[in-house]
Design a protein around this ligand. Structure first.
Ligand code: SAM
Length: 376
């Protein structure tokens, strides 16, 4: 057999750059060793819905909102220490003027952290940098006309909150007439705009909207959206009104119950998690049509791999949904702090991130803010 000449093919330099020099301090971590990569930021405390399990309907705005430029400056500081996913929320984020322009600015930001958490500290940073994942959580009421502009501006994903798939129940929950058709149109517009796969989040309350479970399964299959059921957490505005929905453990519809109900409707098939920090357990059905996620912070807490930190509309960092305190990042900015000051403050605060929440335990204390004023 004649020997073939060996041909050495050099990979193009741009695809395989030489090893980059990395900075000594890596990505943001808390004192429990968790990498913090996700920032949820509320850009307004205002909301146009009064969902019964979230708001009393009597309280309005409690906290201020800041100029978009100030949010962007604080976000840049978070990105500089390793945040790579930004979720815009509220209140209701679509109420905020300048949202599309803000998304455009976010679209231009890059992370210079490698997937392993090291920060590139030499001239290869630009070539190796990656865009951020930019998501939005909305009630969808104003989404129909905004989906395409948001997509064009660089939004990656959208999650729409929707707690019923029939108009009458939906209005009973949101306390806004004719809201269902608008949200449905918003979901469809988001899908058409390519903001998919659109996620639809549903919070179930026993004896109130739990008859919707199977209807949501049908909805996922029909509308090609990912439906995610989220266990109700004790984060509502407390009320003494006769129709008030104050949190009780027995009102929570748990993951196990949802799985049992769906399985009886049509066999579920497990799907692998998308990432290690995935909060949802994922399923499809036996014919592969539809996708269901179940997020169970109450019955199956996932604090051990929490990767989140939150910034409220008034510029306070919250290290956990159930924190008793918040940390005034905006105060650092307002007092003339430099970018380095903001970054140092963020690193220091994140070290205080709580190990876990204590829902259902004797020592549980409701947090100092409710969900709508934190940013879900
Ligand atoms: N207005 C936007 C919306 O409706 O998606 C963003 C803010 S809203 C507070 C964010 C999400 O929090 C919604 O999906 C809502 O259903 C959820 N939420 C509100 N209160 C909750 C609670 N006590 N437990 C679990 N989820 C809750």
């Amino acid at each position: 057999m004649s020997s073939m000449p060996l041909i050495s093919i050099e990979p193009p330099a741009a695809l395989f750059p030489r090893a980059a020099r990395v900075a000594p301090e890596g990505r943001l971590r808390d004192s429990h060793g968790r990498a913090i990569t996700d920032l949820r930021i509320s850009i307004t405390d205002r909301c146009n819905y009064k969902c019964v399990y979230c708001r009393t309907g009597e309280e309005g705005v409690l906290f201020s909102e800041l100029p978009m430029a100030d949010y962007l400056r604080m976000i840049r500081a978070f990105v500089a220490v390793g945040i790579e996913k930004i979720r815009l929320t509220g209140g209701e984020p679509l109420l905020r003027k300048g949202l599309v322009e803000m998304v455009e600015e976010l679209g231009a930001m890059r992370t210079t952290y490698l997937p392993g958490g090291e920060r590139i500290a030499d001239e290869s940073a630009e070539a190796l940098s990656r865009p951020l994942d930019i998501a939005l959580t909305t009630n969808g009421h104003l989404l129909e006309s905004m989906a395409q502009p948001l997509k064009d501006a660089g939004l990656t994903r959208v999650t729409v909150s929707m707690d019923a798939v029939d108009s009458e129940t939906f209005t009973r929950i949101t306390r806004v007439p004719r809201s269902f058709d608008r949200v449905l149109a918003g979901i469809r517009a988001a899908r058409e705009a390519g903001l998919g796969p659109v996620k639809v989040n549903c919070v179930l309350l026993r004896g109130f909207n739990d008859e919707q479970i199977e209807l949501f399964a049908e909805f996922s299959r029909r509308e090609q959206v990912i439906v995610r059921f989220i266990e109700w957490m004790p984060l509502e505005e407390p009320s003494s009104a006769p129709d008030a929905r104050n949190w009780k453990p027995e009102t929570v519809v748990t993951m196990d119950e949802i799985v049992t109900r769906l399985n009886a409707w049509r066999p579920l098939v497990d799907l692998a998690p998308n990432a290690a920090s995935e909060t949802a357990r994922r399923f499809t059905f036996d014919d592969g049509l539809g996708e269901i996620g179940i997020i169970a912070p109450v019955s199956r807490p996932f604090c051990g791999h929490c990767s989140r930190v939150r910034l409220t509309s008034d510029g306070k960092i919250r290290t956990c949904l159930f924190s008793q305190t918040d940390h005034d990042l905006y105060g650092v900015l307002r007092r003339g702090g430099s970018d380095a000051d903001l970054e140092t403050y963020i690193r220091k605060v994140v070290m205080k991130k709580e190990a876990r929440h204590h829902i259902g335990e004797a020592d549980f204390l409701k947090p100092s803010r409710n969900m709508v004023h934190i940013g879900g």
